[in-house]
Design a protein around this ligand. Structure first.
Ligand SMILES: [Ca+2]
Ligand SMILES: [Ca+2]
Length: 304
């Protein structure tokens, strides 16, 4: 009787052990399956994002074959409705980077400070109620000398920071570099960000895609209503040349800085968002349209 009792307890213990092991195995398998599914979804999202990028480049090339003017009424500028893909959706939007102020215009082709662009940047800062002494800090950051300009900062000033660092002494690679400037406050950076860009060459501002703030930095004393009317027309592509724009009566007797203006663009930023299952991937690509081809200059993937 005693022996039977021990056998029963042993049998029960074995059953309990088998259940524990089986549950743990099942849990492990479930976890592995989820991990694999997650990984597959991320891989899928990545490929869809790259697909959106090559589609964007095709749209840009087709546009250039059709015309030499770029404005917000064109196909590339449209926010397309979300595309439904297997297990999720894809959103994509192209933005013209030449509607913004290119920080790398501050140096001319010989790497010397460009007075007209310095003036534009100064006006832009004023319009945005930001301290104009940021101009000299930006210039000191990119010029290749170590001479501190009034309110500027060079290596000696940055060496005193913790941790210490040095100026770039070359053109900007990314707008994020602005965050490193001695007097740049985060709120200033955020205010400035929508209006600026960093492009690998000196670029004109496309008046057909630009904003009121940028237009105001190019035209002195432009009344608000006139700026709005001009931009409304420009965004629709009414002006095929800068001269056509300059003939507008609203600009009579106003000082227009026409040297840096244009009606076409070569640099665009794609933002593609792919959501599959619980995974969301955002791709930001800087695209350059160059003659008969377009290329990717920068890619930035991030998850959400
Ligand atoms: Ca076009
Ligand atoms: Ca310098």
């Amino acid at each position: 009787m005693k022996q039977r009792g021990v056998a029963l307890i042993t049998a029960l213990l074995i059953v309990a052990l088998v259940v524990i092991v089986a549950t743990s195995l099942l849990e492990k398998q479930h976890f592995m399956m989820r991990r694999t599914a997650n990984h597959l979804q991320q891989e899928q999202a990545y490929l869809y994002a790259l697909g959106a990028e090559s589609w964007a480049m095709k749209v840009l090339m087709r546009d250039r074959q059709q015309n030499n003017v770029d404005h917000l009424g064109e196909m590339w500028a449209k926010q397309l409705p979300p595309a439904f893909i297997s297990g999720g959706q894809l959103n994509g939007k192209l933005n013209d980077e030449q509607g913004k102020f290119n920080l790398n215009n501050l140096l001319d082709s010989e790497n010397k400070p460009s007075p007209e662009n310095i003036q534009r940047f100064e006006k832009l800062l004023k319009k945005l109620n930001l301290p104009t002494n940021l101009v000299t800090q930006v210039l000191d950051w990119i010029d290749n000398d170590s001479t501190v300009q009034t309110s500027g900062a060079e290596d000696n000033e940055y060496a005193l920071q913790t941790p210490s660092y040095r100026t770039a002494n070359t053109r900007f690679q990314s707008v994020e570099e602005l965050r490193l400037l001695l007097n740049m406050k985060e709120e200033h950076f955020k205010t400035l960000l929508p209006h600026i860009t960093v492009l690998p060459s000196i670029t004109p501002i496309n008046l057909n895609t630009t904003t009121e703030v940028i237009l105001n930095s190019m035209i002195e004393n432009l009344p608000e209503t006139a700026a709005k009317t001009l931009l409304e027309k420009a965004h629709k592509g009414i002006y095929k040349t800068v001269d056509e724009f300059l003939k507008e009566s609203a600009l009579n007797n106003l000082k227009v800085d026409m040297k840096g203006l244009g009606v076409a663009s070569d640099y665009f930023r794609l933002e593609a968002t792919v959501s599959i299952g619980e995974n969301t991937m955002i791709l930001e690509s800087l695209l350059q349209r160059d003659g008969q081809q377009s290329r990717v200059l920068m890619r930035n993937f991030r998850g959400e």
